[in-house]
Ligand binder design. Structure first.
Ligand code: BES
Ligand code: MN
Ligand code: ZN
Length: 491
């Protein structure tokens, strides 16, 4: 059960709760905590003045006052100005701390002066952070003999209730739910989360929210001529799918969101090394971000027209698999020489981007765990963005900043196009190692026609093998909140 959150108009002092988390920025004692501090015998002021508690990001110190809160946790926000990302993160730290403490409820207060943010925005990102911090996946483990109480509820304390704050909470809950949908899908192993599983999940999601979902199976894909997607799938016993979701909250040309849905990437005949190959179950993270975003749309029902496209396949080596040197004819009509079967993501995305033309999109965004090169270039801190339209790229950069899912633009000059030139076909599917993220994006661009488009490479940020005070290891839902922020800003 995901964490239930609610807004409560209450001062932190005098609020009875098993754990009161108070977020404090670096550099001094916030005046709004004076009443609370008196209740704890001046301990907060002493912790701050002694610099035992500095307020640096992720810092957390627990006090045990004589009431009415059983515990008070000071949580650091880092150096000002206090950003959405800092507040979201502090809320996640608080939720994780509450889980470790074994309490079933946490109350979160953002110290007054810290709020450079409008209250509605603060409540939105606190909601997102609390739910994300509490997320974990225990579904495949035997339950422990002495289970801790589950953290089931969180309260967000505000100075006063208002319609704006209630709306901020509604948005925060929807974005948080989108994030949970994405992570719950990402975390599933490849033998469970297959292309058919993604399709069933999308169909169920659509049914819950009244969003029409169409699924193209192998026969329909053959009819359509999606031979690049079919080519990737032909080495696996898992059936490929193209999932099409259409949310119609408004008329007019849609925003199209495309997500790479490779449910396991072994590399195919160009097989990957064994080391950490298990992480390639996360190669459907772009798909998870798209499906998560539709959960947000279903909950908020904004005045937008959005189409989701999820091409999905498993990339395996076998006697029927694509081989290096093979040539396939794509849905767009261009022929592709397969020089590396491990460059499969761009093949399935090429057919999906070509399919997108029929919707006459206002614009299209895709998210994909596309290249190892983006990990070399940007590490695990930011995704890459490349696009055909400067305004669209700016919009994506801004959405990523608001979402706490940063992306950074890479150059997309014509010079890079040559890397994908083939001797035998219109284009080849790998430009080799130099500028690997850019040549992959250029490959996709060969199949984009008639609409502004931006591509997000999230290979370095979709999952993490580092636990932090704010998050467990594993899936991050990268791209989900970015898509949500992008869309909500277009309402
Ligand atoms: N799914 C991988 C990219 C990836 C790498 C995702 C690391 C997550 C973490 C993609 O399909 C791939 O294998 N890309 C190749 C392309 C190359 C063969 C041109 C790569 O980046 O090595
Ligand atoms: Mn691959
Ligand atoms: Zn892949």
């Amino acid at each position: 059960m995901p964490l239930a959150t609610k807004v409560v108009a209450a001062a932190p002092a005098g609020h009875a709760t098993p754990l009161l988390a108070v977020a404090i920025p670096e550099g001094g004692f916030p005046r709004s905590l004076e009443a609370l501090d008196r209740q704890v015998g001046g301990t907060i002021a002493r912790l701050v003045s002694s610099r035992d508690f500095t307020g640096e990001a992720d810092q957390a110190t627990v006090l045990y006052p004589s009431g009415p809160a059983t515990r008070v946790a000071l949580v650091g926000l880092g150096k000002g100005p206090v950003t959405r990302a800092a507040v979201r993160r502090a809320a996640a730290v608080a939720a994780r701390l509450a889980q470790r403490q074994g309490v079933d409820r946490v109350s979160f207060h953002l110290a007054g002066e810290a709020a450079g943010l409008p209250p509605a925005e603060a409540v939105q990102v606190i909601t997102e952070g609390l739910v994300a911090g509490a997320w974990r996946f225990l579904g495949m483990k035997r339950p422990p003999d002495d289970p801790k109480p589950e953290l089931a509820a969180a309260e967000i304390l505000v100075a006063e209730a208002s319609d704006a704050v209630a709306e901020g909470h509604r948005v925060g809950e929807a974005v948080a739910a989108a994030h949970v949908v994405a992570r719950d899908l990402q975390v599933l192993p490849g033998n469970v989360c297959t292309p058919t599983h993604l399709a069933t999940t999308a169909t169920d999601l659509g049914r819950r929210h009244g969003i029409p979902v169409t699924v193209l199976d192998r026969a329909a894909l053959q009819q359509e001529g999606m031979n690049a997607l079919l080519g990737v799938a032909q080495g696996s016993v898992q059936e490929p799918r193209l999932i099409v979701l259409e949310y119609r909250g408004a008329d007019g040309p849609p925003v199209v969101l495309v997500g790479k849905g490779i449910t396991f990437d072994s590399g195919g005949i160009s097989i990957k090394p064994a080391e950490r190959m298990e992480d390639m179950k996360f190669d459907m993270s772009g798909a998870a971000a798209v499906l998560g975003t539709f959960e947000m749309l279903g909950r908020l029902k904004p005045a937008l027209h959005v189409v989701g496209l999820v091409p999905s396949a498993e990339n395996m080596p076998s006697g029927t698999a694509l081989k290096p040197g093979d040539v396939v004819k794509s849905h767009f009509g261009k022929t592709i020489e397969i020089v590396n079967t491990d460059a499969e993501g761009r093949l399935i995305l090429a057919d999906a981007l070509s399919y997108a033309r029929r919707f006459k999109p206002a614009c299209a965004l895709d998210a994909a765990t596309l290249t190892g090169a983006v990990v070399i270039g940007l590490g695990h801190t930011a995704g890459a963005v490349l696009g055909t339209d400067a305004d669209l790229v700016r919009e994506v950069l801004a959405a990523g900043e608001r979402a706490g899912e940063r992306v950074w633009e890479l150059p997309f000059w014509d010079e890079y196009r040559e890397l994908n030139k083939s001797e035998i076909a219109d284009v080849k599917n790998s430009g080799g190692r130099p500028a690997g993220t850019i040549s992959a994006a250029w490959f996709l661009r060969e199949f984009v026609e008639g609409f502004p488009w931006a591509h997000l490479d999230i290979a370095g940020t979709a999952y993490t093998d580092k636990e932090t005070p704010a998050s467990v290891k594993g899936p991050t839902a990268m791209g989900t909140r970015l898509f949500c922020e992008f869309l909500l800003a277009r309402r």
